[in-house]
Design a protein around this ligand. Sequence first.
Ligand code: SF4
Length: 261
Amino acid sequence: MKKKQLETYCEKTWCPGCTNFAILEAVKGAVLELEKEGVKRETLAFTVGIGCHAKMFDYLNLNSFYGLHGRALPLAQGIKLANPKLRVFSFVGDGDVYDEGISHLIHAAKRNADIAVFVHDNRNFALTVSQFTATSPKGFKGSSTPRGSVEEPFNPLELMMVSGATFIARGYALRVEHLKDLIKKAILHKGFSFLEILQPCITFFDNRQFYQERIYELKGPFSKAKAEEKIREWDYRNGKNKIPIGLFYKVEKPSFDELVG
Ligand code: SF4
């Protein structure tokens, strides 16, 4: 398959320069490499929620389903149960999956559903012109918090570790090759794969410089104890620390479809 065959006729309506374009490139690269390694395109399927991330549905020519807000993960799990031969993944946003649909995220990780979740974390509800989300930093000024959010953000990787995710990683939208490798690994992992993608929203929360000054690449995966330590190394509550990206944790366990199949 050629890269062009992964494209659709849809006009791209992301803001010019949006870092979602980089994620789209990383995904296309991952799919092309998977195909070279014998994974057939028709065995891939993905779902999306609602938000800027969800335009992946419009721009990526693969089997896909456009879901409701926060509901991309139940859809993905349903597809996987109906046809366990498929490799199923979801693109979601931080507002979409850490606010609207957070219980689905926790329970999909808990049951080790064999899906991969790619979170475009731009730390605000960007599509609806910037309300704060669960990962907006304290003091975040958006349309619902003009004087600054008073809440602390949580660390999604910590949440995934305690929920039982069997693959936990963080990537950066603007390190496309590195991100491509993480996407590939997440799709190939048998079990629940969680990939948090730091995705600066250049219109409402442009933190590219903040990330670029702090990011470094990990050589994981690690033991559980070491992964927990690395996961706690950074989130927006200790924002001055360096930001590790890469694969923190990976473990083999029976997946939900295997247990009920
Ligand atoms: Fe990208 Fe932000 Fe524009 Fe949405 S609002 S398309 S995330 S730059």
